[in-house]
Design a protein around this ligand. Structure first.
Ligand code: TYD
Length: 155
């Protein structure tokens, strides 16, 4: 099944929002298959945000992202990449739709509580940027038969 990477950014840990946000992903039916707490250092932020390296806000973004630990996690589900981006909402909290995670918990373009991979290709790169193969778990989740129809589950 499709997998995607999410990061609970330093603001979500400092503001005590991790449980509430994780709950939203779980309630949707996404399966948690990996999770760990790390400090994002300059090297990893340089790769993760390479597409933003020439932006004026890049140094401030890196300082924010390394100001406290982050939680990185892998979620699994049918169309997981698209579904998680949809739940997370658009980049700037003050523009994100109400009902999305950023729309409900953020009013900033930087402190927007979570990162989510934006394509299948990037999800694959980002998952293996943060996790080794043996840190991603494969297990039978007992509610899957009630989350998906018989023909939606890829066995
Ligand atoms: P980006 O990859 O454009 O968006 P997304 O996180 O939705 O995939 O931007 C990465 C992060 O850069 C974004 O989550 C927060 C930060 N950022 C700023 O700090 N200022 C800005 O003006 C923008 C657009 C992003």
């Amino acid at each position: 099944m499709e997998q995607t990477l999410i990061i609970f950014k330093p603001d979500s840990l400092n503001r005590g929002l991790v449980g509430e946000i994780l709950h939203r992903f779980e309630r949707k039916g996404l399966k948690l298959v990996a999770m760990k707490m790390i400090y994002l250092d300059d090297d990893i932020l340089g790769s993760h945000y390479f597409h933003l390296k020439d932006k004026a806000f890049f140094p401030v973004l890196k300082r924010f992202m390394s100001s406290a630990p982050s939680l990185v996690a892998v979620l699994e589900g049918v169309n997981a990449v698209e579904v998680v981006r949809f739940l997370v909402g658009s980049t700037k909290g003050y523009e994100a739709d109400a009902g999305t995670i950023r729309g409900d918990y953020s009013i900033s373009s930087q402190c927007n509580v979570v990162h989510a991979s934006d394509s299948k290709v990037n999800a694959n790169i980002e998952i293996y940027r943060f996790f080794k193969e043996d840190e991603i778990f494969s297990y039978d989740k007992i509610d899957l038969d009630f989350i998906y129809s018989e023909d939606e589950i890829e066995k």
